[in-house]
Design a protein around this ligand. Structure first.
Ligand code: GTR
Length: 422
């Protein structure tokens, strides 16, 4: 091939690469015009004007759309053989504040089978406590400085930025993410905290369905549920356990999740009405942020890097968001009438903080219909102004993270709605 041929090839390659990954839009003025589907209009054109039609027609229709087009349908419910084993119960944890349980949730009923460990802290001063439940990135031992939580053996994510750990949990990472889990703040405010390491459910890697819950489904192969649906499934199994603990008020369990785990928390809450409330922290694309609003991470980005999180149909919408028959404001709507708090961070443009807020605005009419209360303001608020309506919002200054400030907002919000039993 001559020089010109090579040049054409290289240029052609560059054009293709450029087409494959257009630079992320992070400038509000460059956001293309988009239209959101009406959450109160059924596929057959029926306009929903009463709660009954929402409940029996439109809500199931939307749930199905998210199953078919985005997350995939879980092919496994609560396994018949599932067992809970209390591995450790400590009554004077956190300086006497808490009772701490380590609970093995054995999906196949045996220690040698698939499983996950739930770490639970319940405030000793409360008889029956509301609980924040969520997944963590790097192992329970990394989210608490309790020295007696064993270093796990399951797959973990990176943990240390500049030191490869081969997805194995390093002993020196104990407590490294305790800032993300403000256990004592929650306990002092009368809340319990329960967490599971997402990498124990199944590694966040291609083909790991074989070793996770998807491998237990009756249907051959993994079916079409993506990993977010699998992680959401696991949150529901954690709830199965919490319902058996007499010190937990299972009518007041709030889900929480950061980033990809916030996406999973929203989907779990949409599907399972046992959850009383949900907080998503910078869940971004595939979570609270609108897909059709092109800002930060896009549907194409998600499909290029994280196709495994979603079902097969989701790839149809890469670069083609206008054709989506739904958007994420309808995921928020599926949570109605239960309170939802969307937390964004103002420097985390990749997660599209404003797009997360606009999802809440887009769900407003559904919430008003179903519960009489939606979002109390339609303008994107300044940082640090907690919107405390049933669709709530908080913009924290700073980057992609979870901090004590997020927890203060979460607790203030949850106190308002979970003060007493539902
Ligand atoms: C990023 C991804 C986001 C978010 C994040 C995370 O790489 O683009 O959608 O999920 O990971 O979970 O930390």
């Amino acid at each position: 091939m001559n020089v010109l041929g090579i040049a054409i090839l290289v240029l052609g390659g560059m054009t293709m690469a450029a087409q494959q990954r257009p630079p992320a839009i992070t400038d509000e003025a460059k956001v293309p015009v988009y239209t959101l589907p009406d959450p109160l209009r059924c596929a057959d054109g029926t306009v929903v004007t009463d709660r009954e039609t929402w409940r029996t027609k439109r809500r199931p229709e939307l749930l199905k759309l998210f199953e078919q087009e985005e997350y995939g349908k879980a092919l496994l419910g609560r396994p018949k053989a599932m067992k809970f084993v209390i591995r450790d119960e400590k009554h004077d944890a956190r300086g006497g504040r808490a009772t701490r349980f380590r609970v093995g949730i054995l999906f196949e009923g045996t220690e040698s089978g698939r499983q996950m460990e739930l770490l639970v802290y319940l405030p000793n001063k409360v008889k029956k406590a509301p609980v924040f439940l969520g997944l963590n990135f790097d192992g329970n031992y990394a989210c608490t400085d309790d020295a007696d939580i064993p270093v796990p053996t399951h797959w973990v994510n990176g943990i240390f930025k500049n030191k490869p750990t081969n997805n194995k949990p390093p002993a020196e990472a104990r407590g490294i993410h305790k800032e993300l889990w403000q256990i004592d703040m929650a306990l002092d405010n009368g809340f319990g905290v329960a967490m599971v390491a997402y990498g124990e459910i199944e590694p966040d890697a291609n083909d790991s369905w074989k070793v996770g819950p998807r491998g237990l489904a009756k249907e051959p192969g993994k079916g079409d549920w993506g990993q977010l649906a699998t992680y959401a499934w696991a949150l529901r199994r954690a709830m199965d356990y919490l319902q058996t603990n007499p010190r937990v008020d299972s009518k007041r369990v709030a889900l929480t999740g950061f980033s990809r785990l916030g996406k999973a928390a929203l989907w779990a809450c949409a599907q399972d009405e046992r959850f009383a409330l949900v907080v998503s922290n910078e869940s971004g694309a595939g979570g609270a942020a609108l897909h059709k609003r092109i800002f930060g991470e896009t549907t194409a980005d998600l499909n290029r890097v994280f196709a495994r999180w979603f079902c097969g149909n989701f790839v149809k919408y890469a670069g083609n968001e206008a054709d989506m028959p739904y958007d994420q404001h309808e995921l928020i709507a599926l949570i109605a009438p239960r309170p939802v708090l969307i937390i964004s961070a103002d420097k985390d443009l990749w997660s599209d903080p404003k797009g997360e807020f606009l999802s809440g605005v887009g769900a407003d009419r559904v919430y008003r219909l179903v519960s009489g209360e939606g979002i109390s303001q339609k303008e994107w608020p300044a940082a640090q102004k907690l919107i405390e309506s049933r669709i709530g919002y908080y913009l924290r200054p700073g980057p992609h993270d979870v901090t004590a400030e997020d927890w203060r907002a979460m607790i203030t919000y949850a106190q308002k709605y979970l003060k007493s039993k539902r």
